[in-house]
Every structure is written in structure tokens, then in C-alpha cells.
Design a protein around this ligand. Structure first.
Ligand SMILES: Nc1ncnc2c1ncn2[C@@H]1O[C@H](COP(=O)(O)OP(=O)(O)O)[C@@H](O)[C@H]1O
Ligand code: SF4
Ligand SMILES: [Mg+2]
Length: 339
């Protein structure tokens, strides 16, 4: 039987648009998202900038309330938690942020940064708290010698290790990692990713790993969800989504990833998207991707919103042509396919 830690049902998050005036508009940042996360697994979340990944992460991380929908965590609905429940949840759910400098208080020593959560939650204080902090820092590859120093004295990679130690010192069950390596040098990225994977094994955590680099997400994820304009348009195992993408948006994202094999790389066709991401204030009608989809069939795609279709073994795609696939001859891309 599946051991589900987190279940998200029709989760929606809208922000009031600034300067909305009389006819207040809303930013549809996350729209009716559904998925489940098994205990101990990593779900990767990809999609271009502005498509709602961080908002979804913040809502799941209890940093922002959902507008509607349900979040079931460890068997109970946490969408409308009381203050006391929220406090307890903040111990079990943690977020690791992209910018390891901005998320660490520059006026606090590393000791205070890592000990603070233990104190705040009444788990330990004094020498005991310090010992727990040092054990966590050790797991993150840092020694006791860092305790009296300040964040500015460390490199980006080391700061991210400190941020990870702070987030994980409470032994959370669920961790949202929001582009945790995007701000780091490529040479450091692999080290931090491997650290996150080792810690997951060690502490048995479940991850939502947000990224825009398809190769990084592929490396860490068991399953992958692809987001476009606030919706999850495709979700499946890493093999299903990367090996047999069934949504045109996923195909486009994958077409821009270089392939290590030179022969395959020569044959790779990069697909260019028309125009910019539409505004989440007024997403397109029908399929939200229809204004940029190289395979869109009008008027079907501009008028009818595609349902989420299971194309096999839990691999879901929200495209009218998910079952037959858009590579068949009837659905040749009519425009820009560039090399
Ligand atoms: N606090 C906020 N208030 C209003 N709009 C927001 C807020 N946070 C994010 N947005 C908007 O929501 C959309 C999704 O943003 P975000 O979740 O940051 O996307 P991503 O992480 O995929 O880049 C964007 O259009 C963004 O401008
Ligand atoms: S439903 Fe139509 S527009 Fe949307 S992704 Fe599929 S083919 Fe493209
Ligand atoms: Mg983001």
C-alpha cells in the first residue's frame, strides 16, 4: 500500500493584483493543483519563471494561506490550521530558499542561526542545543569552528550548507527546496545536491524540489511535475516525463536541454516558443498553453480546457492529444521548429 505523506486537492492560490482599482483583478498564481507525495520520495517541480512554482512551495510550506482547496499532511487537512497547529507544522515542514545569503540574518552568528529553531520550538537549549546544531552542521560538511562566525564570511556554497543545516535541524518530515542551487556556481551545485540527497536518506525526508534546470531536477527526482501558468500540466515518474513526455510544453522544455552524446545532440531539434508567458491576471481560454503551443488545433484548444488524462500508470497530461501524442503525422508542429 502507498504511504502518502502529502496530498494536494484542487489547491488554488490567488493574489490581489496591485493597482487593481475599482475592478480588482487577481493574479492566478496556482490553479486547481492536484498531486500526492509518498513518504521519502522527491517530487521535482519545473516550469519557466513566473509559472507559480514558488507560490505552490510557499503555500505547502505554510508561509502563505491557500485561497481554496485542500492540503492533507500525514492524514489530516492542514489547509485551515489554527495558530497552535501551524506552529507544530512549522516544525515538520521546512523551506530551503534559493538565496542562501538573503535567508540568513547577517547579524546573527552561525551558532545562533542554527540553534534558534531548537530554542523557538522548545526542543533544546544551552549546551544541548549547541551539540545538536554542531551534529547537523557536521552532516552538512561544516565543523564546530564555524559557530562564532557570520554569514558574510562564507562562500555561496557554504552559506547554502548553513541554510540547509538550519532548515533540517528540526528533523522535518517534508522539505520544500525552492531552487536551492540556482544561485550557486555550477562547480558547487553537484556538491549541494548530493548533500541534500544524502541528508534525505539519513533523515528519511520527503522533498518538493523546485528547479528550472531540467538536468538538475532529473538528477534528484523520483517523480516530476511540470507547471504552466499555475497549473500542473504533466506529472509522472522521472522516466515517464523525461523519456516519454506527453504534454507539448514538456516537449518544448526538454528540447532545450543539451544531450551529452554528440551524435544525439546533433539530431536534437530545439523548439522555440512564440511570445512571452501570458499574464496570470488573465490566462488564455481553453488550454492555457494554446497561445504558444506549436501543435495547437483551433478552435478546440482555444475553447475547451483539456482534462488531466492518465496515459498509463499514473502518468498524467492535460492535453487534448495526450493519448495519441502530438508527434503523430496529424499533429505536426505547423510553425517554428528551429535548429
Ligand atoms: N506576493 C505576491 N503578490 C502578487 N503576485 C505575486 C506574489 N508572489 C508571486 N506573484 C505572482 O505570481 C506568479 C507566480 O510567481 P512565482 O510563484 O514566484 O513563480 P515561479 O516561482 O515559478 O517563478 C507571478 O506572476 C508573480 O508575479
Ligand atoms: S491541448 Fe492543444 S494547445 Fe494545449 S497543449 Fe495540447 S495541443 Fe497544445
Ligand atoms: Mg520561484
Amino acid at each position: 500500500m502507498k504511504d502518502i505523506l502529502l496530498e494536494v486537492i484542487s489547491l488554488t492560490k490567488r493574489y490581489p493584483a496591485s493597482g487593481g482599482g475599482f475592478r480588482a483583478q487577481t493574479v492566478k498564481a496556482v490553479e486547481s493543483v492536484n498531486f500526492q507525495l509518498q513518504r521519502g520520495e522527491t517530487l521535482g517541480l519545473i516550469g519557466e519563471s513566473g509559472c507559480g512554482k514558488s507560490t505552490l512551495g510557499r503555500v505547502l510550506g505554510q508561509l502563505a494561506p491557500a485561497t481554496s482547496g485542500q492540503i492533507r499532511f500525514d492524514g489530516r487537512d492542514i489547509s485551515k490550521s489554527s495558530r497552535r497547529e501551524l506552529r507544530e507544522l512549522r516544525q515538520q515542514i521546512q523551506i530551503i530558499f534559493q538565496d542562501p545569503y538573503g535567508s540568513l540574518n547577517p547579524r546573527m552568528t552561525i551558532r545562533d542561526i542554527v540553534v534558534e529553531p531548537l530554542r523557538n520550538f522548545g526542543i533544546a537549549r544551552g549546551v544541548e542545543a549547541e551539540n545538536i546544531a554542531v551534529r547537523m552542521l557536521n552532516l552538512c560538511g561544516l565543523g564546530r569552528s564555524v559557530l562564532d562566525r557570520y554569514p558574510r564570511e562564507f562562500s555561496g556554497g557554504q552559506r547554502q550548507r548553513i541554510g540547509i543545516a538550519r532548515a533540517l535541524v528540526l528533523k522535518p518530515k517534508f522539505v520544500v527546496a525552492d531552487e536551492p542551487v540556482s544561485a550557486l556556481d555550477v562547480s558547487i551545485q553537484a556538491q549541494v545536491i548530493n548533500l541534500l540527497k544524502d541528508l534525505q536518506r539519513e533523515l528519511g525526508m520527503t522533498y518538493l524540489f523546485i528547479g528550472h534546470d531540467m538536468a538538475v531536477v532529473k538528477h534528484v527526482s523520483d517523480r516530476v511535475a511540470v507547471m504552466y501558468l499555475g497549473r500542473v500540466v504533466e506529472i509522472g515518474t522521472m522516466q515517464q516525463v523525461y523519456g516519454n513526455p506527453r504534454h507539448p510544453y514538456t516537449k518544448v522544455l526538454l528540447s532545450s536541454v543539451p544531450i551529452p552524446d554528440p551524435e544525439q545532440e546533433r539530431q536534437r531539434t530545439s523548439i522555440t516558443l512564440k511570445g512571452a508567458l501570458p499574464s496570470p491576471l488573465s490566462p488564455p481560454s481553453g488550454c492555457p498553453f494554446h497561445t504558444r503551443c506549436p501543435w495547437a488545433q483551433l478552435p478546440l484548444c482555444s475553447t475547451v480546457e483539456p482534462a488531466s488524462i492518465d496515459v498509463g500508470e499514473g502518468h498524467l497530461s492535460s492535453c487534448h492529444f495526450a493519448v495519441e501524442g502530438v508527434t503523430t503525422t496529424q499533429h505536426k508542429p505547423p510553425f517554428p521548429v528551429t535548429k
